[in-house]
Design a protein around this ligand. Sequence first.
Ligand SMILES: [Mg+2]
Length: 225
Amino acid sequence: MVKAILFDIEGTVAPISFVKEVLFPYSKERMESFIKENKENPKVKEILDEVQKIEGKKLTEDEIIEVLKKWIEEDRKIAPLKDIQGLIWKEGFESGQLKAPLYDDAYEKMKQWKDKYRLYIYSSGSVGAQKLFFSHTNYGNILDWFSGHFDTKIGNKKESQSYEYIAEEIGLKPEEILFLSDNPDEIKAAAKAGLQVTKVSRPQDDPYIEDFPYKQIKSFEELDI
Ligand SMILES: [Mg+2]
């Protein structure tokens, strides 16, 4: 019997395109004005220093801004870029300029499920970013629907051990947890750990896989627990 539902975010409750088509361009557009407005903020100062350290030379403010924008184009996974983007997105969500787009079917089903099951999130985005996301959705603040959040600190999403740790952490047997994700490798890893699983294959995010060994749905509407 299912007692808790564990959700992935991108491709599962929200479109994958949000990060690439909304969040990244937003951080690039806002980079210059954000740094100019917040350069006295100690966190921002630290980030600007870090950029110069990585580049190995002293840079002007404008040069630092150009470096950060170039890193966005190159999709670099680099700490000062992630940190400044985190600050820009936080401000964007809090000011109402950014809204996290939940799929309608995901919103409707989670709304029903929250009274029957404990709901959890497991995403590669940090727990802080997840909380920001669910506090500022197109349906308003739904953060209190969730009993807990996990990110890659508990382990890689494609390794079954991560799911064992999550089960332990939330105090349930693996088979009492249903995991929903669009990623086939994550689904296989969770199934290996003994969780119940369903792959979410939304046509706009991840293709439906023929002969996939686990249950597959195109929308949460198809899912009855
Ligand atoms: Mg996903």
